[in-house]
Design a protein around this ligand. Structure first.
Ligand code: PHE
Length: 511
């Protein structure tokens, strides 16, 4: 029966009888009506106020395959009894087993329990003249009525896997305020044609169903890393930072290393640590005058007051194209742009910059290391900044991330002095864990870039993967990023998380 058939059935029945006390009695073409299909028809009629209905829930019992067989042929115990002839001789046990196979044992046991039969040597004999097969009788009753008076018997039959419980819902139906035998067609949308013809004046419109379940979105799932990136972004924006353009994975060594006063024979420039590009292998897109100043600073300190590294700087090294090893490559480029602007306008504009993007290191991959990961970097340029400013800014920044116990340890970077590793107290591990790196950019980096001599630049960097893994309970980085990631998990992760206090369980962040 189609939905329309069922609607007509319901309406004509109501028209005749005024109400339907239980839809289980409804029939269509002499067959009982499928209650689930009926529910669809009822819902649609109710939405038009043509009818009203309430569900009637009941538990009913159905026979299992075995139950059906017992109802038809008798219980195992009754069949065992019937198989044993009356009289003292009875039947050899072996013969019974040959006759009934595996079900002999169960039937035999039950017949013993009922005191219908007993053993006489290797034979089974009857103890009574006749029996009543209650099991068969009960099952037949359940088959026709769906239940039994005796709950204990029901439980017992269920335990013997002869019957199964089933919840059924039927409906009691009454007329609604707009009852009619004719189902009105309802419009879902007002159309151009309806407006043109004037049909809209008489049309009835389908009501909105605010209880309908939403359709789960099929696309547009953000990767957990991108969601946590957004949270960090918001912290930076709150603190008045501007985002640096990081959409350039390939950089010349010039911006990634040389502009950062990283000597050309530094081990980080080794092919073991850095991915070099083959085609194109080089780029000279950096200002010549800047290059000359940087060359000089590396070689003998130039005008910076430093003595430099005392080696011969080679442009071939600076031209080598690489996948950037840190986002500080972008920071050095942005600081150069800032100095260009200062020269043009004659005024230095204090700047707070940040970036969160991908970097690449030629490392062997394991559960906590990938050859590519994301760095978070904050850079502040202003006159007369001090180490105290750096510590103060990081304190605010990490507090916003939920980390309130922060400590610093001196370390070495070619481009910062002083440099500090950042540690956070891990409440779970009861220890200090390294979360990032920071420092004040050296004059050997800032002066050649062309920034005014009293401008100081403080900066810090950390990884994005570790806090994301902590937040999302991921223990292997390869489940988060890379070609082995299960795409389904990206769909399944929550759309938003409301926990702010992730810092409490943060495990080391950088790389
Ligand atoms: N570039 C550093 C790294 O890759 C982080 C850093 C950024 C350190 C800024 C000091 C200042 O680990």
């Amino acid at each position: 029966a189609t939905t329309e058939d069922l609607q007509t059935l319901v309406l004509t029945t109501l028209d005749k009888a005024n109400s339907i006390s239980d839809s289980k009695d409804l029939t269509y073409n002499d067959a009982p009506v499928d209650q689930l299909a009926l529910l669809g028809a009822l819902n649609s009629l109710k939405s038009k106020d043509m009818i009203d209905f309430t569900p009637i829930d009941r538990i009913s019992w159905t026979l299992t395959e075995e139950g059906k067989q017992v109802a038809k042929e008798g219980s195992h115990e009754a069949r065992v009894f019937e198989a044993i002839p009356a009289g003292e001789e009875g039947l050899p046990i072996a013969e019974l087993q040959a006759k009934f196979g595996p079900s002999a044992k169960a039937g035999q046991g039950k017949a013993f329990k009922n005191k219908w039969i007993s053993k006489n040597g290797a034979n089974l004999v009857r103890l009574v003249d006749s029996i009543v097969d209650e099991t068969q009788r009960d099952l037949k009753q359940i088959e026709s009525t769906g239940t039994l008076e005796n709950q204990k018997t029901l439980a017992e039959l269920k335990k013997r896997t002869l019957i199964d419980k089933q919840k059924t819902t039927t409906y009691s139906v009454s007329k609604g305020p707009d009852f009619s035998l004719q189902v009105k067609k309802e419009a879902t949308d007002i159309t151009y044609d309806m407006l043109q013809s004037g049909e809209w004046k008489n049309a009835t419109f389908k009501k909105y169903n605010f209880d309908a379940a939403g359709v789960p979105p099929h696309g547009g799932h953000l990767h957990p890393l991108m969601k946590v990136r957004q949270e960090f972004r918001e912290i930076f924006f709150e603190m008045g930072f501007q985002e640096m353009p990081t959409n350039c994975f390939a950089e010349s060594s010039f911006w990634n290393f040389d502009a950062l006063f990283q000597p050309q024979q530094h081990p980080a420039r080794d092919a073991h640590d850095t991915f070099f590009l083959k085609d194109p292998a080089t780029s000279d897109r950096y200002p010549r005058d800047l290059m000359e100043k940087i060359k000089k600073t590396h070689e003998d300190g130039g005008d910076t007051g430093s003595i430099g590294y005392n080696y011969v700087w080679k442009e071939e090294e600076a031209q080598k194209l690489i996948l950037r090893t840190h986002t500080t490559a972008v920071s050095s480029y942005m600081l150069h742009k800032l100095s260009e602007e200062t020269k043009k306008t004659g005024v230095f504009r204090p700047s707070k910059l940040f970036s969160i993007d991908r970097v690449f290191r030629n490392e062997s991959v394991d559960a906590t290391h990938l050859a590519e990961f994301h760095q978070i970097e904050g850079v502040i340029a202003d006159k007369n900044l001090t180490l105290g400013d750096l510590i103060g800014f990081m304190d605010v920044f990490f507090k916003k991330m939920g980390m309130d116990k922060i400590r610093f340890k001196p370390t070495y970077n070619p481009y910062t002095e002083p440099s500090m590793e950042i540690f956070s107290y891990h409440e779970g591990l009861k220890t200090w864990v390294e979360i990032g790196n920071s420092g004040m950019f050296r004059p050997e980096m800032l002066l050649p870039l062309g920034l005014p001599p009293d401008v100081r630049v403080i900066a810090w960097g950390l990884g994005l993967e570790r806090p994301t893994m902590v937040k999302y309970g991921i223990s292997n980085i390869r489940d988060l990023l890379g070609h082995k990631v299960n795409i389904a998990m990206i769909k399944d992760y929550p759309i938003c998380r409301l926990d702010k206090k992730m810092g409490k369980e943060l495990v080391g962040l950088s790389e």
